[in-house]
Design a protein around this ligand. Sequence first.
Ligand code: ASP
Ligand code: MG
Length: 423
Amino acid sequence: MNLQVYKFGGASVKDAAGVRNLAYITSQQTKKGLLIVVSAMGKTTNALETLTKTYLAGEPAEGLLQEIAAYHEHIMLDLFKTTNHPVFNEVANLFVEIEWVIEEEPHSDHDFIYDQIVSIGELVSSRIVHAFLKENGGPVQWVDARSLIQTDNTYREGRPDWNKTEELIQKQLLPVLREGAAVTQGFIGGTTENYTTTLGREGSDYSAAIFASCLGASSMTIWKDVPGVLNADPKLFSETQKYDHLHYSEALEMTYYGATVIHPKTIKPLQNAGIPLFVKPFSAPGEAGTRISNDDQLRSIHPAIIVKKNQVLLSLSARDHSFVTEENLSHIFSLFAKWQVKINIMQMSAISFSLCIDMDEQKFGKLKAGLENNYLLKYNAGLELITVRHFNKELTDALSAGKTVLMEQQSRSTAQFVVKQQD
Ligand code: ASP
Ligand code: MG
């Protein structure tokens, strides 16, 4: 059987036209063996995040829930024409689960609450997509990802138990796919106690890769609102170039440095299983897009520019102005590990250690307090980290021209600089 995994992000299913286009794209494919993984519709995850924050702050959140429900009802009405369609009930029942949560006083495990609320976005969108495909095509089943992707109970960042997940997918999903297509959710999983977890923001790509890998799929396709993987973000640069092919390692590096086109955890499982990944334009499904695979000849490539905004540059030195020692570094790294703060770039000098991280107000507050106990801390916020893979001097000069460069680093294939944010 030709097993294929198609992933559709929030932008692809943001309205009724998007759902119709999804149906068109999947109709071009033999139904048997096709797994469709969907994200929450449009900006629903952000909206559910706001709702959760509001509720946890002790403020009324019912109005926000009504807005989210109304947005989905509008799409359903467009697709199904009548509120008598059973999908309206299915969706209403899912939103009731949020109502139940927000009627109670919040308890202390905020990450747990977040996952129980935010996961509803994917459950709702998969119900709507499933209902539409069922009416407009061949056999298709709705599948609950929470009973297949088994994670630990690290809420908001659930880590899959690969062995269990593979066993469940082989046992439960494969037989379904032998009969036809299936629709499931990205981004969510379940614990052994049947609680819902999420895999981290933008995690639907990762879900699709877990499914593809555990199924031994012949390919995975991410349908996006761009022509493929581009060498720069079209929102920031007017001239971009599409890669026809990329090696897994190059795609991995690009996502590591902050390219948002694919979730960073997506590539490795596919590379390990040798499953090619296609990134294709949702609006022009006939186009080739980008193929990411193991083909070694694809290594020499056009420079890629990756801009990470909202960075903070920290500079740490010993209180007595002595050298920064290995003991100091070891202590500093342990604090970063403890607060789960990823270091994007770092540099040593005799008396200081500088590093750049993403600004996350909450984590930063804790980290800063921890560091200030032992070190003199200076920092600059509102910066951007520009990374150029396969750089040339002309390009790096052009990118840094007229900007205040606060830190700079070059290796054989990668140039990076931290500058004041432009906008
Ligand atoms: N809906 C989730 C998010 O927006 C997951 C995803 O879209 O990949 O983060
Ligand atoms: Mg998304």
